[in-house]
Write a protein that binds this ligand. Structure first.
Ligand SMILES: C[S@@+](CC[C@H](N)C(=O)[O-])C[C@H]1O[C@@H](n2cnc3c(N)ncnc32)[C@H](O)[C@@H]1O
Ligand code: SF4
Length: 383
């Protein structure tokens, strides 16, 4: 799984039919409908403006994320893909993923997305238990989600789905049973996220009021261990802290982020990392959809952040992203970015605690014991 010279394009569609109480993604509900034609023109303009800064790239991956990109008309997706192909070369084996919510209405659009060029879908199933789906504020039942997975299976070469675990009151036995059912429905890839209480969400308020009994660290660890074991036994080992795939079936777009490659972020609240003039720039666009639209219409782009990253910043980001991967990082790339090697004493100490290890080919990776405390491991190494 090589991502050398990989270049990814991320497209953010910031709208949802309703807001899930746990979610803090840049997603908005608009009752009056969305003027997709206007958005298409703005996406095309931002793609053109970005391509003018980084011309000549070959696009290896494209990812429509959200929000809920499966609310877009297939013609909107097709027009955005056309704009990308107009300004950059698109690799013959390009991976084009679209995030979809698994409702029956959205599944009716899958064939149109396939015709537009999408060759991979990622479905937000979240749970296979109707009571839990209700608690999570989802608009679909478990059966509807499984039906959408079946439709995806018939149309796309590749599909993945997401589940959220370590939920309030979830026992290891219940999660094992749910995960085994999910593995029976999975093809090559599953994303399994532990529920995170994000600040300023309705779940954060419930949590603060003592109304969400979240698993303690020991239980969360047990749930994580059984997730790794079950997925590996089913032939989908973890290649990243929350992502599991048959070897070779990893999400190539997300690998661009984790291997610290180059990517453009298009649309409201999208982030990019662009290689310009021998340096690396961090970009971000206006988050609010209507404000982004007006900015693009008047300036030709929605960018509000455009900063050169220092060597230390790049090295820290490289560490933060790369240590999420089972393959770990190449310490020499860290040294090349930072202008100095990683601190050997810190490595020895973290390895002594069993949190990291060096592989036979000299890569540094986090161990199973280290993953639950990944943030602390990264903070220690980066300091
Ligand atoms: C951009 S979101 C969702 C895509 C799509 N709108 C959906 O909901 O199906 C990507 C994934 O992040 C996960 N996610 C979002 N908020 C989360 C949270 N607070 N804790 C854990 N996982 C979360 C969900 O599994 C979700 O499918
Ligand atoms: S989880 Fe998905 S559907 Fe729910 S609010 Fe977030 S982006 Fe929208």
């Amino acid at each position: 799984m090589s991502a050398d010279h990989a270049f990814g394009v991320y497209i953010h569609w910031p709208f949802c039919l309703s807001k899930c109480p746990y979610c803090d993604f840049n997603s908005h509900v608009r009752q009056g409908g969305i003027d997709e034609t206007r958005y298409v023109a703005a996406f095309a303009a931002e793609i053109a403006a970005t391509a003018a800064r980084i011309p000549g790239r070959t696009v290896s991956t494209i990812f429509f994320g959200g929000g809920t990109p499966s609310l877009m008309q297939p013609a909107t997706v097709a027009a955005i893909l056309d704009a990308i192909a107009k300004h950059w070369t698109v690799a013959p084996d390009v991976e084009i993923t679209l995030e979809a919510n698994p409702t029956s209405v959205e599944a009716t659009r899958f064939r149109g997305y396939r015709a537009a060029g999408v060759n991979r879908v990622s479905l937000g199933v979240q749970s296979l238990d109707d009571a839990v789906l209700k608690q999570l504020g989802r608009l679909h039942t478990a059966q509807e989600a499984l039906d959408a997975v079946a439709v995806a299976r018939g149309i796309f070469e590749r599909y993945s789905f997401d589940l959220i675990y370590a939920r309030p009151g979830q026992t290891p036995d219940a999660w094992r049973a749910e995960l085994d059912r999910a593995l029976g429905e999975a093809a090559e890839h599953l994303s399994l996220y532990q529920l995170t209480i994000e600040p300023e969400t309705p779940f954060a308020a419930l949590h603060a009021a003592g109304k969400l009994a979240m698993p303690n660290d020991d239980l969360a660890r047990d749930l994580y261990d059984l997730t790794l074991d079950r997925c590996a036994a089913a032939g989908l080992p973890a290649y990243e802290i929350s992502n599991h795939a048959r070897p070779g079936a990893e999400c190539r777009h997300n690998l661009v982020y984790w291997r610290y490659g180059e990517y453009a972020g298009i649309g409201p609240g999208a982030h990019g990392r662009l290689a310009i003039g021998g340096g690396r720039r961090a970009t971000a666009t206006e988050k609010r959809p209507e404000a982004w639209l007006m900015r693009v219409e008047s300036l030709g782009h929605g960018r509000i952040v455009d900063e050169a990253l220092s060597r230390d910043e790049q090295a820290d980001e490289f560490l933060l992203m790369g240590l999420r991967l089972a393959e770990g990082i190449d310490p020499q790339r860290y040294a090349a970015l930072a202008g100095r090697p990683l601190d050997i004493d810190r490595i020895t100490s973290l390895a002594g605690h069993g949190f990291i290890e060096t592989t036979a080919d000299g890569r540094l990776r986090v161990t199973r014991s280290g993953f639950p405390v990944l943030d602390a491991v990264v903070a220690d190494l980066a300091a």
